[in-house]
Structure formats: structure tokens, C-alpha cells
Design a protein around this ligand. Structure first.
Ligand code: ZN
Length: 125
């Protein structure tokens, strides 16, 4: 698929990494930045592969579930740590099906805890 479209979203949340054995095991917060990349096979009649706003709205719907939450208390993270990696795979699981009706495919979800630290989920093709 020759076209890629990127949209960013944000949410603020707390987490505590169980079993980490360091300061991140204590409850603390981040302003998470989430970057998603979707691909599409072609352009529509006005030259768009995927409307940024359509992708943005669907991403926001997924991130709203986590915004201003203690992630450890959400069912999605009851049996897996709310690490950047697991947040990325959770966003992928929730968002990918929402893009299928738009004719687009989610290719990458990157969760940035800070400007220095980020992890991505990239599904096998
Ligand atoms: Zn953290």
C-alpha cells in the first residue's frame, strides 16, 4: 500500500509497573503521546488516502478510555502491565478494526512516555 497517514494523540494517566523493582513500580504519571500510522492503497476522488480527521476521531475514542485514569485499574491492564509496549498493543487492538471500514490498515502504534522514551507495536505483515 503506497500511502501512509500519520496522526498523533495525547492522554494523561497514571501507572505503576508491577514487578519492575525500581521507581517505576510506584504510582506515577505521564502525558502520553501516541503516534499512529495507517496505510491505504489509493486515493479518493479528492486526493486523500485517509481523512486525518476520521483517523483522529477514532484514535481519540480509544485514548479517551485511558485519559485521567490509573491504568492499573482498567480491565485491559489487569493481567498485563501498563508499559508503553502494552499500551501500544492495546491501542492497536482497539483501533485496527475501526479503520477497516475506511479501507485503511493500521501499521504502527508508538507510545511516547517522554521525548526520550517510546515503544512501538508493529504487527507482522
Ligand atoms: Zn511510567
Amino acid at each position: 500500500m503506497p500511502y501512509e497517514v500519520k496522526v498523533e494523540g495525547r492522554f494523561a494517566a497514571a501507572h505503576a509497573l508491577r514487578g519492575y523493582g525500581g521507581s517505576c513500580e510506584r504510582l506515577h504519571g505521564h502525558s502520553f503521546n501516541v503516534v499512529v500510522v495507517a496505510e491505504a492503497a489509493g486515493l479518493d476522488e479528492i486526493g486523500m488516502a485517509l481523512d486525518f480527521r476520521e483517523l483522529d476521531a477514532r484514535l481519540s475514542g480509544v485514548l479517551d478510555v485511558m485519559d485521567h485514569q490509573n491504568l492499573n485499574e482498567l480491565a485491559a491492564f489487569s493481567d498485563r502491565n501498563a508499559t508503553a509496549e502494552n499500551i501500544a498493543s492495546f491501542v492497536y487492538e482497539q483501533l485496527a478494526p475501526k479503520l477497516e471500514p475506511l479501507g485503511a490498515k493500521l501499521r504502527r502504534v508508538t507510545v511516547e512516555e517522554s521525548p526520550k522514551y517510546a515503544a512501538s507495536f508493529v504487527p507482522d505483515v
